[in-house]
Design a protein around this ligand. Structure first.
Ligand code: URA
Length: 425
């Protein structure tokens, strides 16, 4: 087997054989296929696609590249959720402790920012002392002790995805249904969760821009999960507008804590509760009441224990960026659009995301949103505040925001659409 013939086959729109897939995933994991060769193959897959059987085999090869975890010794059912990635998508932060407070165990293996979308680990690392890397034993201890753990997948879990995910981030090969489905599902199946709720984002700020592509991605992932014995459900949710009022690491942690304290923006609360209900249902706890667990502080208690168990101080002040720049509303009227992709790219350029896989992110960088579509705005009043430690980035971030905002005349009747667009089980 040689890698060039595998690349050529996919470049020329052929189906990859089981043997080719098993070999190339294994050889890349071992370092026998170079990053530039895997980049070329990833681009060929992005451009020419894979059929369902190829995706299933690619996923199985990624699972087989490492170990599988087993939570069957826990005395609670396990439930996990995974988002395909969005702008301002901080939902995992309030959701994991909330579902744990309702009786499930939530082993949440999370990732770092990918492209213009933020990563849960990058967000949590803005909490002083918090540690993403846990051994399997430590992970199990936190899960047993608090009911929820959010951490990086260990080196042994789907190592093929770990390498490929970082490579795709910097080679323009993220937005591919086969690569996204296999990346997410290999980690979730290897992790050993009993049930899984997928949050498949749709819209400008998502990797899937149309409902049709999002449905295809959701159905592919639900099929992969079900075939491996994981109860899997997908919600298709709107990502044409950023979620909540913040995009950026520490900014999003602050907003998540507001939700756990019983406040926070309505869209974040609504989506957190919708996903919690499906997770609890899939875990066999349909009578649990997540709204009550948010209101009575029990989800906040789990959050505080979970952050402490991973070395973090839930009471420590969060980092604040050194510099701010206010973007005013361009006109008076009703805000009818705030483009999620533009806000995501702006946050990324301000330092919340990375341009090269070895880059560090800025904890305080990002975009604060003062009005969401449907709200009245006045010309010249603050619409967004940009945060960064490196003010030379402001001009580049402002460029990303050109054309991102639409204001309709005063009195325009505009109601934002629902956050949950569809459900695939
Ligand atoms: N999340 C993942 O884990 N992988 C992807 O490819 C995209 C989002």
């Amino acid at each position: 087997m040689d890698v060039i013939s595998v690349i050529r086959a996919k470049r020329d729109r052929a189906r990859l054989s089981d043997e080719q897939i098993d070999w190339v995933v294994d050889a890349y994991t071992r370092g026998a296929v170079a990053d530039e060769q895997m980049s070329a193959l990833a681009m060929a897959i992005l451009l020419n696609g894979m059929d369902r059987a190829e995706i299933a085999r690619w996923t199985a090869a990624m699972i087989a590249s490492g170990e599988r975890m087993d939570f069957s010794a826990l005395d609670r059912p396990t439930a996990d959720k995974h988002s395909t990635g969005g702008v301002g998508d901080k939902i995992t932060l309030p959701l994991a402790p909330l579902v744990a407070a309702c009786g499930a165990a939530v082993p949440q293996l999370s990732g770092r920012g990918l492209g213009h979308t933020g990563g849960t680990l990058d967000k949590l690392e803005s909490i002083p002392g918090w540690r993403a890397a846990l051994s399997n034993t430590e992970m199990l201890d936190v899960l047993r002790g608090t009911g929820a753990v959010i951490c990086a997948a260990g080196d042994g879990l789907a190592p093929a995805d770990r390498k490929l995910y970082a490579l795709r981030d910097v080679t323009g090969t993220v937005e591919s249904i086969p690569l996204i489905a296999s990346s997410i599902m290999s980690k979730k199946i290897a992790e050993g969760t009993g049930s899984l709720v997928l949050d498949v984002k749709v819209g400008s700020g998502a990797f899937m821009k149309t409902l049709e592509d999002a449905r295809e991605l959701a159905a592919t992932m639900v099929g992969l999960g079900t075939d491996h014995g994981v109860r899997t459900v997908a919600l298709l949710t709107d990502m044409s507008v950023p979620l909540g009022l913040t995009a950026g690491n520490a900014l999003e942690v602050r907003e998540s804590v507001e939700v756990l304290a019983g406040g926070g923006p309505a869209d974040v609360v609504d989506l957190t509760l919708a996903l919690a209900r499906d997770m609890l249902d899939a875990a066999g706890l349909p009578d649990a009441d997540p709204a009550k667990a948010l209101a009575d502080g029990s989800a906040m208690d789990v959050w505080r224990r979970m952050i402490r168990a991973q070395g973090g101080d839930p009471d420590a002040p969060l980092p604040i960026a050194a510099e701010r720049h206010v973007v005013p509303a361009p006109a008076t009227g009703v805000l009818t659009a705030l483009d999620a992709y533009a806000v995501g790219v702006a946050a990324w350029r301000l330092g919340a995301g990375r341009a090269r896989k070895e880059d560090a992110v800025q904890a305080g960088a990002g975009v604060e949103i003062h009005a969401k579509p449907g709200a009245p705005v006045r010309a010249g009043e603050p619409l967004l505040t940009l945060h960064t430690d490196t003010p030379e980035r402001f001009a580049y971030a402002l460029e990303a925001l050109e054309g991102a905002v639409t204001v309709a005349p005063e009195g325009t009747d505009f109601t934002p659409g629902p956050i949950v667009l569809d459900r695939i089980a």
